[in-house]
Structures are given as C-alpha cells and as structure tokens.
Design a protein around this ligand. Structure first.
Ligand code: XMP
Length: 220
C-alpha cells in the first residue's frame, strides 16, 4: 500500500488556529483560507468547541487538518487517540518522539495510512534547549526508521532546521513551529530546508490576517 502523503505545498504555510473561540477561528479562516496549506488545531480550541470543529473546518474550507495533540502515552492509549482523531477527519497528528521506537511504529500502524504522523522533537521555547535539543537528532532518526511523514523542528532555530534537513533529506517533511510570535522567519525556515512554517499568533492576532500573509508571500 502506498504511504499516506503529507500536505501538498503551495504557500507552505500551516496556520496554528489557536483562537479563543470558534467564531474568531472562522473569522480568521474566511480571510485567508486560500493562502494557507493546512490548519493546525491545538487543545485549547478543541477542548472548548469539541472534536466536531475538525469536520466543520474541513467542510467549509476543504483544507487538511493537523491536530497538534502531542500524543505521549503508552501505545495502547496513543493508538486509541490516533484512531479517534482519524475518524473525526484529522489528516495529521503530532506524536512525541520520546514514546520511543515501538511507540512510533505502533502509532504508524494505528494510523493505518489514514492520518499522517508528525513527530515532535525539540521545543521552541528556551526550556526546549534544556532537555529536548540534546536528544532531538535521535528522535528524528527514530521518526525516519518508523516511516513517519514529518518531524517538528524549531522554526526559530535555523541552524537546527539545517541539521535536521541534513539527516532526513527527502525522506520526510519538516514542519517548523515558532515562526512569527516566537521570532522565527517564514523566509528563513524555507531557505534552511524546512517544508512548512507554522504560524499562529502573528496571523490570528493581526488586525488584517490576509494582508499579513500576502506580505510574507511577496517578500520571499
Ligand atoms: P504561535 O502563536 O507561537 O503558535 O505561532 C505556535 C503553535 O505551535 C505550537 N508550538 C509547538 N508545537 N513544538 C510543537 O510541536 C514546539 O516546539 C512548539 N512551539 C509551539 C503551539 O502550541 C501553537 O499551537
């Protein structure tokens, strides 16, 4: 069976839709749905609105939905979460690399080519340097061995993106949180070998989200 493909790149932008409520989420999306490649959802909005938001967003905007649920439990539990999210219409889900080789292999089996597995490696915040940076390259290797579709690498650390790109080559995609509000640059992420800059607050807290994205695209 052919492996499920990750997101098709056009603008390369994954929008972290971490708005305070559903109404604001749809307001932002109405302005920029045609300029982004994927919507990333995280716990705060989903816990507030329910999992049904996945289907509502997909029906209206026809974009892939990436659930950044940071799955990090034993395989039996991880696998249930992955299946629930796939059945709700999720196209990708974030799983922590620290679940280890068997955890990632089982996650890929649970995904059953219906949902992509993105492996969390190194956190973007300063604390990410304390523990996660030191093991990140090993987690990237684990992700490759398990055949996962993508790895998460800090978009605010271009030297780390270049290093991870030198490990993965074309074998998996690199998604990069930390762009905009956390200091990373859309252009630099792409120039460093990242495939998908992830941008949240810089877009949804902007008074004109569409204009913000158009400016990024025009300054490539
Ligand atoms: P902002 O507003 O900072 O949103 O553009 C970023 C989004 O990405 C999540 N985030 C991370 N996810 N590893 C991850 O897997 C990270 O190091 C990381 N840093 C931020 C954040 O929760 C938000 O949804």
């Amino acid at each position: 069976m052919e492996k499920k493909k990750f997101i098709e790149p056009k603008s390369h932008i994954i929008l972290a839709l971490d708005t305070e409520n559903e109404e604001k989420a749809f307001w932002v999306m109405d302005q920029c749905y045609d300029l982004i490649d994927c919507i990333k959802l995280n716990y705060p909005l989903v816990l507030k609105t329910g999992l049904g938001i996945i289907g509502k967003l997909k029906d209206k905007y026809k974009l892939p939905i990436f659930c950044d649920f940071k799955v990090a439990d034993v395989p039996v539990t991880n696998n249930r979460i992955i299946k629930i999210v796939a059945n709700a219409g999720g196209d990708a889900i974030m799983v922590h690399g620290i679940v280890g080789p068997d955890g990632l292999e089982e996650a890929m089996k649970a995904a059953d080519n219906k949902i992509s597995i993105v492996v969390q490696t190194e956190f973007t915040h300063p604390g990410g340097l304390v523990f996660t940076q030191g093991i990140a390259d090993s987690l990237v290797e684990l992700a490759l061995r398990a055949g996962c579709q993508a790895v998460q690498t800090p978009g605010n650390r271009p030297e780390r993106i270049k290093k991870v790109k030198s490990i993965v080559g074309d074998k998996c995609k690199i998604v990069c949180c930390g762009v905009g509000a956390q200091g990373g640059s859309y252009k630099t992420v792409l120039e460093s070998g990242g495939d998908f800059p992830i941008i949240g607050r810089a877009i949804y807290q902007s008074s004109n989200p569409r204009e913000y994205i158009v400016n990024l695209l025009n300054n490539l």
